[in-house]
Design a protein. Sequence first.
Length: 422
Amino acid sequence: LYDPKYYHTDFLKNWEDYTCQSGTIHPDCIDLNTEGKEVQDYLIDTYTKYIEMGVDAFRVDTAKHISRVMINRHFAPAFKKAGGDDFYMAGEVLTKIFEVWNKGVAPLSAPFYTWKEGANSVSSGIGDTYSSDDVIAAKEGYDAEMARGVQGQPESNNHLLDGNTYREPNYSQASGFSVIDCHMHVNFSDAGSAYNVKGNDKYYNDATYNLVYVDSHDYGPATSGERYAGGKEAWAENISLMFTFRGIPTLYYGSEIQFKAGMPVDGDPNKLALANSGRAYFGDEIEGSVTTTDFGIWSNATGAMANALNNPVSKHLMALNRIRREIPALQKGQYSTEGINNSGVAAFKRRYTKDGIDSMALVTISGGATFTGVPNGTWVDVITGDIQNGTTVTANCSGKGNLRVYVLNGSKIDGLMGEYIK
């Protein structure tokens, strides 16, 4: 069973030392020898087949237990080759702390995995200088980065606008491997706390690719053991931020109807029935029928499906999805907070300029904001249809979860109003 050709034979001794990558977590969960060629070839062959079948992206579980050297040398290049340069991968580098760096251990922290080996900045680095023997190289890489420390890690401005201008991102030192934003996840006890982690975005190669969520199948915000139970208004505000700020929003199934809110996420199966946990079966909540006519547009829902779709947070989510879908700047733009005076939980500018697209949006959440020094032009709030001209835009907004999204040369999107968007 413990053939070293296929498995790591050591056992994890500490979540913040090298045995986290060289050892097995538990006897019934044997760690694969990702430094071994047989394992590498098997994994690459297997997941390449999934890509060829049409899989769009990978969420890589427990990525913290894989050496970044192996990801950079073997896995990321192979999957990019199979799926194209834009094939998306996000790894779970789980760190249950409120800081971006995992207890000062750089090579076991989320931002670390977004960089190539030896990166000194967003545009320069010494590259992979480790042994050709992958077993040796994995340890060399870990030790070298421990010696560099968190103070020696590279920084990036790929996520930031240059004033109001979209800067061409420099990905020459990017690993091509994005991460779940565990730093924001832990801090998502409320939208304001989550938004305030943005000061650490510079440590990721490009934080706009971070996978963002409030709660998950592992734990809730602030490392709680329960599904998020902040209430409907808090959920509305949370997803208003998630669907307009940087990163890729991810919603744990059922959160839109507060499914199993406050229940234990997981537990001892001998003591906690699955039905009473946050991982309970959700299918009963969406039984029924519905007629759809367009993205986010539906009618004639029946049964439990009708209750789920008519939940005010569900309707809020649909509206935000429609807004995000229409505005490229919200999907993949860089951001800035310069020249903004706001009274709400968050306010920012976003812009995306590429391939003939130039999309810019001004966003304020749960309060009003004044944006000064923006490009001269016609700004239209997609929610109310309010039109303002010039280089200053004043957005009137009140109510938790409410928002305004002024788009340069934009137009109103009908049918967005609800319990939280007013």
